[in-house]
Ligand binder design. Structure first.
Ligand code: GCW
Length: 678
C-alpha cells in the first residue's frame, strides 16, 4: 500500500517504454565506497536503479561494456582523474554529468570535486530517470547558488511541533543517542536529494536544555547520521541560557563570565560535533529573552555569540522577526526600523534571517523591505514550508509560486533588476556567506508532511534554495513525475492545479492585499471579526481596518509610512493608490468601498468576486482530481480527494464568513447574481 513514506524517492519500476529509452545506457556501476559519503552515494544509486529498472545493477571496478555509470571525484577514482574533467570550479558541492567514452565503451560520468558533489550528482542522475529524461547528450554542470540551505524545525524537546500539522517531532529525544531511528537516514536522503545541507533541530522558541551535555550527546548522534549526506546540524539557542543552565546571575553580553560561558559552550559542542553549523537566535521577540533586556543591541548580541563560534567556523543566524507590543508603530515597520541602522555592525560570521514578508508568512505579502536595505550584511531568507496560515495539512496549496514571487520581486536597491534572489544568493552586494531557511513541515506522520501534496512544498523549497532562479512550475512538474507518475494525462492537469492553488487560497482567504484574517492563536479558518486577543497586533481588525467608509491599512505617507521603507521608486509607486498593484492594494491603503478597480468594479464588488473565484477554483481542483482516478494508487488518490473536499467546504466557509462580516461593516448590498450560502 502507498503511504507516501518514500516521498519523491519512490524508485518504482519504470513503464516499459521508458525503460526502453535507457537500454544500453545502464549496464554497470563503477563507484567507490571508500568514504561514508561514497558509500551512501553508491547505495542510493543501487537502490534507485534496482527499483526503477527491476534488476540489480552490477558493480564493476572498471568499464567493461557500453552503458557504464562512473561516479566519484578525481581524488577518489583514477578513472575519473584520467578523464581530465574540469572539476576545479565546481566548488565543494557542485557536480557534472556527462557522456564519455572509456576503454572504447560509452559511459556516463557523474563527478564532483568532492564526494558531496558526486552525491548530489547521483541524486540528479536518478531524477533524470525518475522524470523520464533521455540519457544521451548529457552535459550538465551544477553548483548551488546559495551556501546554507537549511530546514528550521520548530520542534520542542517534548515532541510537540509548533505550527506542525504532520504529527509530532521526528526527533525521538528519549531514545537518543543510542537509538538512531532509520527514519533519520531517510530524512537525510530526502534532504540531500534536493540539496539541503543543514538543519536546525529545535524551535526558535528555544529552551536552554538543548545545550546541556546530555542533549548535546543526542544532537551529536543525529549529526553522525546526517554527516555522510552533507548535512550539518545547527541549534536554536536561548539567549538567557547562561543563567538557566550556567548558574550565572546575568546573560548580559558585556559580562566577561557570560562571554566565557558561551566560548566554553561552543568549544564543548565542537568537541562532540566538529562540523557543527552554528546558532539560530530568536531574541527579544514574542517574549524570548535577548540583548535588549540589558539595553544592548541585536548586533551586540549576535556578535558575542559569533565570537564564540568563529574559532570553529560556525555562524550565527540572527532573526529579524521582531515587533513589540509596547511599540505603537505599525507592526510591519518594526523589523526594518530596528535592523536597518545595524547594517555594517555585524561580525563576518553573522547572517540576519528575514521572513519573506514584513508581517508573518501570510498567503500574500509584499517582500520584506529589509531585502536590499542592508547591503553590508548577509541576509538570509526565511520561508515557511509548514502551512500555518494556509490551511494546515488538508488544503492543497503549492508554495512554489509564493516563493518564486518573493524571490523574483525587484527591490530596486541598485536600480532595476535588484531582485530578492540576488540579495539572497549574494550577487547583489558581493556576499559569499549566503543562506535560505525553510520552516519544516515534517513530523511523524507516515507521509512526513500531513498530506502528499505538502511534500511538494519541502521539495520546492530545497530546489529553490539550491537555485533561487528556477521556475516553480518546472519544479512542480519534476515533483509530480517523481511522486506520482510520468503519464502526461496526469502530469499536466496536476501541475496546472498546483500552480493555481496558491492564488486560489489568497482569493478565498485574504484577497487584494488583506492579511491575518485567520482565527487568532491557531490561525485556521476565518475570523476577521475576532477581538479576543490581548495584544492589538494579534487581532484581525488591526490588519483589515474595515469601517463604514472602506477597508485596508493605510501605509502610505499619510498613514504609517511603511512605503518609505522601500527603495525610492517603489515607495512612490506604493504610496499612490492608483499605482499600487491591486494584489497589494489593501496592504498599503485604506480604500473606500466604492473605489473603482481596474476591472470597472467597485472595491466591494471586486472583493466579493475574489472570494467567490477562490471558492470556485477549489471546486475545479476537486473536479480535476476526480477525473484522475485510476492513474495512481487508490490510497493516495482517495486521501487527496477527501482533503480537496475538505478544502472545498472550507473555502466556501472562508468566502461566506468574510463576505458576511465585511457586509455587516460596509452595509452595501451583495452584487447581482451572488449566490448566498444555503
Ligand atoms: O508565525 C509566528 C508563529 C509563531 C512563531 C513565530 C516566529 C516560532 O505564529 O508560532 O514562533 O511566528 O516566527 O518566531
Amino acid at each position: 500500500a502507498e503511504d507516501g513514506y518514500d516521498l519523491w524517492l519512490r524508485y518504482r519500476l519504470l513503464a516499459p517504454e521508458q525503460a526502453g529509452l535507457y537500454r544500453g545506457h545502464l549496464s554497470q556501476l563503477v563507484a567507490g565506497s571508500g568514504t561514508p559519503t561514497q558509500a551512501v552515494t553508491r547505495g542510493e544509486l543501487q537502490r534507485g536503479l534496482a527499483g526503477l529498472l527491476g534488476h540489480e545493477m552490477p558493480l564493476s571496478d572498471t568499464v567493461t561494456r557500453d552503458g557504464a555509470i562512473i561516479v566519484g571525484t578525481p581524488k577518489s577514482s583514477a578513472l575519473i582523474e584520467h578523464l581530465s574533467l574540469n572539476t576545479q570550479d565546481l566548488g565543494n558541492e557542485g557536480y557534472l554529468i556527462r557522456n564519455v567514452v572509456v576503454n572504447g565503451h560509452t559511459a556516463t560520468v557523474i563527478a564532483g570535486r568532492e564526494d558531496i558533489g558526486a552525491m548530489y550528482g547521483a541524486f540528479h542522475f536518478l531524477r533524470l530517470l525518475q522524470t523520464g529524461q533521455p540519457l544521451d547528450h548529457l552535459d550538465l554542470r551544477e553548483s548551488p547558488h546559495v551556501k546554507l540551505r537549511l530546514l528550521n524545525h520548530w520542534d520542542y524537546l517534548n515532541g510537540q511541533v509548533e505550527r506542525g500539522y504532520a504529527g509530532t517531532s521526528i526527533w525521538d529525544w528519549w531514545k537518543l543517542p543510542d537509538w538512531r531511528a532509520p527514519r533519520y537516514t531517510d530524512y537525510a536522503r530526502a534532504n540531500a536529494s534536493i540539496g539541503i545541507n543543514g538543519t536546525v533541530l529545535n524551535n526558535v522558541n528555544a529552551g536552554a536544555t538543548i545545550l546541556t551535555p546530555e542533549y548535546l550527546q543526542k544532537v551529536a548522534a543525529l549529526a553522525d547520521v546526517f554527516r555522510p549526506y552533507g548535512i550539518r546540524v545547527y541549534l536554536s539557542i536561548r539567549f538567557s541560557a547562561p543563567v538557566e543552565i550556567g548558574g550565572l546571575k546575568t546573560a548580559d553580553l558585556l559580562d566577561p563570565q557570560v562571554q566565557a560561558w558561551w566560548r566554553a559552550k561552543a568549544d564543548e559542542i565542537y568537541k562532540r560535533i566538529p562540523d557543527f553549523g552554528g546558532f539560530l537566535v530568536k531574541a527579544n521577540s514574542e517574549g524570548q529573552p535577548g540583548p535588549e533586556d540589558y539595553h544592548r543591541t541585536h548586533a551586540e548580541g549576535a556578535n558575542m555569540l559569533a565570537d564564540a563560534l568563529a574559532p570553529h567556523g560556525g555562524v550565527v543566524m540572527w532573526r529579524a522577526f521582531v515587533y513589540s507590543q509596547a511599540n505603537p508603530d505599525d507592526r510591519a515597520k518594526q523589523a526594518y526600523t530596528e535592523f536597518k541602522p545595524l547594517d555594517g555592525r555585524f561580525r563576518a560570521n553573522v547572517l540576519v534571517q528575514v521572513k519573506n514578508g514584513p508581517v508573518d508568512f501570510q498567503p500574500r505579502e509584499p517582500f520584506h523591505p529589509l531585502f536590499g536595505a542592508m547591503p553590508k550584511t548577509p541576509l538570509m531568507m526565511e520561508f515557511e514550508i509548514t502551512k500555518e496560515y494556509l490551511g494546515f495539512a488538508t488544503h492543497l496549496v503549492y508554495l512554489g509560486p509564493l516563493y518564486e514571487e518573493v524571490l523574483s520581486a525587484d527591490t530596486m536597491a541598485h536600480g532595476k533588476g535588484s531582485t530578492v534572489a540576488k540579495v539572497i544568493d549574494g550577487s547583489l552586494d558581493d556576499h559569499t556567506l549566503t543562506g535560505m531557511a525553510g520552516v519544516a513541515n515534517i513530523g511523524t506522520d507516515r507521509n512526513w508532511c500531513g498530506s502528499d501534496f505538502n511534500q511538494a512544498n519541502w521539495y520546492v523549497f530545497g530546489r529553490l534554495a539550491w537555485n533561487p532562479s528556477l521556475s516553480s512550475r518546472a519544479i512542480a512538474e519534476e515533483w509530480v513525475r517523481m511522486t506520482f507518475t510520468n503519464n502526461e494525462a496526469f502530469v499536466k492537469p496536476v501541475v496546472d492545479m498546483m500552480m493555481g492553488s496558491r492564488e486560489a487560497a489568497v482569493d478565498y482567504m485574504t484577497p487584494l492585499g488583506l492579511l491575518h484574517l485567520m482565527g487568532p492563536g491557531h490561525h485556521y479558518g476565518p475570523a476577521p471579526w475576532d477581538a479576543s486577543e490581548s495584544r492589538a497586533d494579534w487581532r484581525p481588525v488591526y490588519y483589515h481596518r474595515a469601517d463604514h467608509q472602506g477597508i485596508g491599512f493605510d501605509r502610505s505617507r499619510a498613514g504609517s509610512d511603511a512605503v518609505d521603507q522601500y527603495a525610492p521608486l517603489l515607495a512612490v509607486q506604493f504610496n499612490d493608490v492608483k499605482q499600487t498593484p491591486e494584489q497589494f492594494l489593501l496592504y498599503f491603503h485604506h480604500v473606500p468601498w466604492d473605489y473603482r478597480m481596474r476591472s470597472g468594479n467597485t472595491l466591494w464588488y471586486e472583493l466579493v468576486a475574489h472570494y467567490t473565484r477562490g471558492a470556485d477554483d477549489v471546486k475545479r481542483m476537486l473536479e480535476t482530481w476526480r477525473h484522475l482516478d485510476g492513474y495512481i494508487d487508490k490510497e493516495r488518490y482517495n486521501q487527496v480527494a477527501t482533503f480537496l473536499a475538505i478544502q472545498e467546504k472550507e473555502a466556501q466557509w472562508w468566502r461566506d464568513a468574510c463576505i458576511a462580516y465585511f457586509q455587516s461593516i460596509s452595509g452595501l448590498p451583495l452584487p447581482p447574481g451572488y449566490v448566498p450560502p444555503q
